[in-house]
Structure formats: structure tokens, C-alpha cells
Design a protein around this ligand. Sequence first.
Ligand code: FAD
Length: 549
Amino acid sequence: MPKYIIIGGVAGGATAAARLRRLDEHSRIIIFERGEHISYANCGLPYYIGGIIADREDLLLQTPESFRKRFNIDVRVNSEVIFIDRNKKTVEVKDTLFGKTYAESYDKLILSPGAKPIIPSVKGLCSERVFSLRDITDADKIKNFIENMNPKSAAIVGGGFIGIEMAENLKAVGLDVSIIEISDHVIPMLDNDIACDVRHHLEQHGISLYLSNRLQSITLQDNRLNIELLNGFINADMLVLATGVRPESQLAKDAGLALNEYGSIITNKQMQTSDPDIFAIGDAVEVMNFVTGHTCMMPLAGSANKQGRIAADNICGIYNEYAGTQGSTIIKVFDMVVASTGICEKTARLYNLNYDKVFLWHTGHASYFPGSRPMSIKTVFEKDSGKILGAQIAGFDGVDKRCDVLAVAIRAGMTAKDLTALELCYSPPYSSAKDPINMVGYVIDNTLTGKVKNYHWHDIKSLPRDGSVTLLDVRYVEEALLAPIEGFRNIPLDSLRGCIKNLDRTKPIYILCYSGARSYIAARILSQNGFDVYNLSGGYRLIRSLNLL
Ligand code: FAD
């Protein structure tokens, strides 16, 4: 009877164990978990702290007992594996409650030890008022502190996914919240031209943002944290570190398994490490970026689960490969939804890809049906073929399904032309007859086929204001009066045909409107009348959101 050992009993480990059992009823399976719990919902922890998930028990998806009953798996919690002896094929286990150690042999071993929070090397972090969030014990500490110490304010270091989820949830329990972020925008893994909408939304909900800033030190004064930043000081009653994670790979390193320069465990596509009897999955492993083909660390629950299944399949003789991670993520920011899949523009730039981008501003469902609100979609695509490389969306209703469709498009290697042909569900409460996904396809297709030439927000400041080009604003007169744009002459779209004779055909025309839709129509009118026209993708709305004017 084969004997399988799994180290780490949460996302990847629990999935791998259950799949192993479903494939092999007669093997012996042991999970060693250092903590008290297995298979809990760490993605739900911020919402437990905020009270949206009211019952702590709801976080515990399985218990050692339920796992034992259903899967006949020997789950040992409070059991830390402290050494792997690859020659003897044994692990040394420490019972963290009683301190005793013992050895257990294996035929195949799966490592799913996860990642650990990065703790910046800053003075003053050893305080009972400073927290990080990785597991239920961390969540309990934060919740107990809030209930017992009645803090009024919190500072969060890191404006990524966990930082923002914590900001929303600490606000929900009545705290004043500040976010300190080293990058010049929140959610640094996104491009600034999408993250700018998130920034405004956070500020509208009363979150104070300290961007392009860095935690320097912390001192305790009169039971408050005096937090020194690169630029200034703030005070708070508690501080949460959300500064990212690094792979929990010391055990693998000590066992002599191959790691990359960042400490991630290297595996092949079957999730097998440099030792054929040891597999590794989840946050601790290096993955291939599905779009670029480069290796990286992308710690996501979905990847850990898929890899768990793949490792179990291969152990049981079913050939299965992990095809790479494309980084599909989504976050709730109060009532806003922000989602992303594939690569963002900065990654495309980093790898020198031959890419282009378009912005689309579109309602989540039919604009005449109550409750429709606009979403901003940025799509990055291959310049020659129109293949979709990445998308980022910030909006409200229907963001998740649009991002998921684009995630599938990327996986399937689809082009913009393919998006125009997609038949997606439509009824006014849910979409428009031309779904935003179709619209993304149309906009890119128009760009690729030369029906429109775009310029972008980063070009706006450098456009000559010396009369050598025509700068044209086709918004309504009232819009242009309310928010005039330096150097741009206002001719509303509906008056444009009557004014063509007054425009200088020898000069290029740079055109804009609020979102890019009316200016596209204007661009078509003018280009078919012999003008050389450029349309501002994303429109005035985007330059305003970026605070460029
Ligand atoms: P984990 O689930 O972390 O499990 C690793 C386990 O291994 C730990 O319990 C640890 O105690 C144990 N362990 C480590 N070393 C040993 C040892 N030597 N012996 C025994 N046990 C050991 N991902 C998303 O995709 N979407 C989200 O919305 C999302 N939200 C998140 C919110 C929070 C607050 C956190 C912390 C994470 C979130 N994630 C999210 C990330 C997601 O939870 C991880 O990607 C996923 O849990 C990784 O699974 P894993 O099995 O690699 O590691």
C-alpha cells in the first residue's frame, strides 16, 4: 500500500489529499499541518474581521475529523515538519503542542507550505499593536484587539489586494483607516490608468492614502503608534502589514531541492520538484506566466488548488500538466469591483512585447435600465495579430463576468476579431445588445484595421499648443464650458459636419470627448473627409481621473 505525505493542509494541500484519496482508495495518506486548522478559507479572513462573515466556524471548510471521516485521511494538526531526509524518504515531525519529535516515512511527498508575510525591517514592529494577516490565528488576534482595546484608527502598510480588503473591513467596524503605499498608485500590480479610479473610490469612502510613501519607523507614545513615513508622520492605534508574501521554502531548501533566486521551489509541469518523489504546489512554487512564458511567483488560491489536483493525478499515474498562471484576480472595493487577467501594460513593456492598448468606458448593463453604472476596461493586445494579452476592469455591475470572459479569451489565444463574434447573454438588466466584450473587440478591430488612430493620456501634455496641429473637443458646449481643456477648440459632435470647411486640412487633428465614443464618430467623419485624425482613447474622463489637468 503506497504511503503519501502532504505538508500543509490548507488550499493546495487539502485539495491534493482529497484528490489522492478519490484516485486511490487503498493508499495511506497523512497531512501534517503546523497550525491548528486545515482547509480554512484564508481568502475570507478580512471579511470575518469586518463582520460580513459573522460566524468563525464558516471559515472552517473542513476539520481534521470531517476529513478523516469522509476521506479516511490521517490529519495531524499542530504538527510541523522540520526536516525531510530524502535518502531515507522520511520526514521529521514536531508536535508543536507537546514538543516531541518523530519520523514518518513516505513513498511520495507533496509540499504545500504556502507563503509567509514579508515583514519590512523597520524599527518598532515588535508591538502588540502591529499585525499581519495570513491565517486564522492572525485574524483572531486582530479581531480580539479591536474588541478589547477599542482602537479608533488603523494604518495599513501596503495598498495591494489584502491591504485594500483590510481597509474596507476595518472601516466597516468603525475605524479611521490610512493606507501607506510605496508605489504611486494603489494595487501596484495594476496599471495606474485603471488604479486611479480605485484611488478616488477609496478616498470617497474616507480612506486616507499616503502614496509614493514608505514606512520608516514606529514608536509607541501614550498607547498610540507614532508612525514615521518617508514624508511625514501619522498616528494610529493599530497597524496592519500587508506588504506581500515570500515562499515558505526553508524546508525545501534544507532538503536540497532546487529553488529559484527568490526562494520559490522549482517544479516541472507535473509539479514534480528536482526530487522525483517530491511534488510541490501552491504559493511556495515558481510558476510560468501563461502570457509571457516567463517564470514568476503568483500566489493565488485557484492555482494552488489546480496544482494540488495535478500533483495527485501524476502521483497516481494519470499524466497531467500545469499550463501556467495568467493572474486572474478580483477585488471588492466597497461597492466597486476591480478585476484583472493576463498581463498589464507595465509587464508588456518590461518584456518588450509588440503590444498596443485601448480603453473602453461602458455601462455594465443597458444604460436605460435602472442601476446601470459605467466600467472602465483597459485591454492590452498584440499589435499585429490582435491577440488579447491582458485586461483590467474597474466598475460596478458585471465586472466579474467581463473579466472572466476575457480570461477565457486569453487562455484560448483569442483575438479581438474573435471577441466581436462572441454571443453573450443579453437582457437589459444584465448587459447590452453589444456587450462590453463585443465592444472591446470592435474598438481593437477598428484600431488594427486603421479605421481609427489613437493617442493616449500620456500624450496629452506634449501635444503642441503652437497652432501646428488642431486640438478638437467634440463634447457638448456645456461640458466644455464646465471643464475646458487648454488649447482644445470646442465643436460639439453634432455640429461637426457643418464646420468641416473651417478646419485646416493640412494639420493633424487631435480629438477628444468625455469617454472616447463621440470622438471616435468624429474621427470617422473627419478621416473620411481627408483629415489626418487621432482619437483620445479613454477620453477626458481618464485624464481627469489621472489628475492630469
Ligand atoms: P496555504 O493555503 O497558505 O497553506 C499552507 C499551510 O502550510 C499553512 O497552513 C502552514 O501552516 C502550513 N505549513 C507551512 N510549513 C509547514 C511545515 N513545515 N509543516 C507543516 N505545515 C506547514 N487568493 C486568491 O486567489 N483570491 C483571494 O481573494 C485571496 N485572498 C486572500 C486573502 C488573505 C487574507 C490571504 C492571507 C490570502 C489570500 N489569497 C487569495 C491567497 C491564497 O489564500 C493562497 O494563494 C493559497 O492559500 C495558497 O495555498 P497554499 O496551499 O500554497 O498555502
